[in-house]
Design a protein around this ligand. Sequence first.
Ligand code: SF4
Length: 516
Amino acid sequence: MHTANSEITLDQNTPVRGARIVLTAPLTEIIDHAGYFIQMSMASLPMWLEGILNRKYPTWRNVEYNTDGSARYMPAGVRVLEASLLRHYAAEDIACCSPADLDKFIGPDTRVVAVSTHNPLGVTFAAGVYTSIFGSSKQPINSHYSMELFDAIKANAHRPGFKVIVGGSGGWQITQTNSWERLSVDCVVEGRSESADVLKLFDMALAGEALPKQVDVVHPKDRNEILFPDKRTTFGVVEMTTGCGRRCQFCVPDLNPQIDMPKDKMMAAVRANVREGNKQISLATEDMFIWGQVHTNTPFYFPNREALVDLYKSVCETPGVEQHVLSHSTIAPALVDPIMIEQITEVCIDKSPIHLPYLSKHPKFKALVPLVGLETGSVRMAKQIMPSKGVPFPIEEWPSVLVRGLEVMNKNNWFPAMTLIIGNPGETDEDVKDTIDLIYEVERRGLFAFFIPSIFTPLHDTRMESKKGVSETRELTPLQWQLMMKCWKMNLRPGQASWWAPTVWRLARSGSGRGS
Ligand code: SF4
């Protein structure tokens, strides 16, 4: 194994004329050794604050290599594409590499360079708001590294000989801003790479044919059509579900079919990660609690406790898995089945890499931090944008579901990161007051969640695509600012002693001054 600091030694198998198909992603989306906090920061902080991260994580740019110089780990989406292509092309035709090594893999034989990216231009839920708070230079760090990658591909001496195909959740940013030429992209693919249309596209590129600028491919409808890579993924990401079912109006993943993955395939992917040196695993899902209850005779919002506990136990007890983190969940299931939360905690918490000494009652202060959508504390607003968010409870009880669900979670050392949307279309001062009241109620009861406010972004293809809310931080009302600041004040409580608290505090205060 080599790191970025050591010289890469390419063996004789390395194609000197370049691989026919090169797969890559921005550096910030490949790395995983510096922890989860740095990934969130890269999506939110503007480039001029990169120095803070460099000082805290001086080795964050280091990546690991296989003996042939290819990347030892890649984002899960790239690995799925690789698995899909391996069904039709020879392994020696395909190379996965880090951006810094493109010149070693692109050559006169290269016909396709495929890039996966989730934030090429810095236009996501979290990204816009924080970078605009932090100053006039709005480009988030991860979008800077995406641009650097596109610039390197554009400048490559062999560029006339290959096509550039972009996939991943950020492709829509290129199509919506008409950035094909600027980024030197031939084709943007929306959708998963299992589709036969993706293979057709690669066939065309390999034959040197012109590609359509944009292709929408169909999502697999059946769990058996989903491919599982047999290689190491960034953060040990293994797919758990697609879709959701709660039908929130602003949500992109909910537009995909509700599928829960077969346990045997997930476990094989966990073992593949461990075999290739990964010590961490994360099951990727929009709502972990639907797994095991999709298309059964029981509605998905009544979780299958036994199946879930068994799955998490199998993952956490896999020899070699030292760390496991939860991804997304909803909160109503905590109220539907508090015993399930207790039992999942028992099997998972010792493997959590997250420690919250100020909050956790675990002997080693370990904590579980799933990402949960709060979005709004206003029942009026919730009825409009997410009427099924709290099922089986009626949406009129949303604030209470939130507080009672959080009680169950906190009792078990779960301290979720909760997202809020500020500036929803039609949001009134009364709606904002209801959300502020809910945050105060959480505080009054001695409960805790990390509240992550963001400004409404009409995301491509969602049911709210054409809606307009607040689009700039300077349009925020004093009450909306108050909500934003209240969230961050709460968040800093457990972090007061941490290295990043003073910086965030200073920045948040300067931001509030500009906005009000
Ligand atoms: S609960 Fe979350 S994943 Fe499900 S539809 Fe709503 S926002 Fe999307």
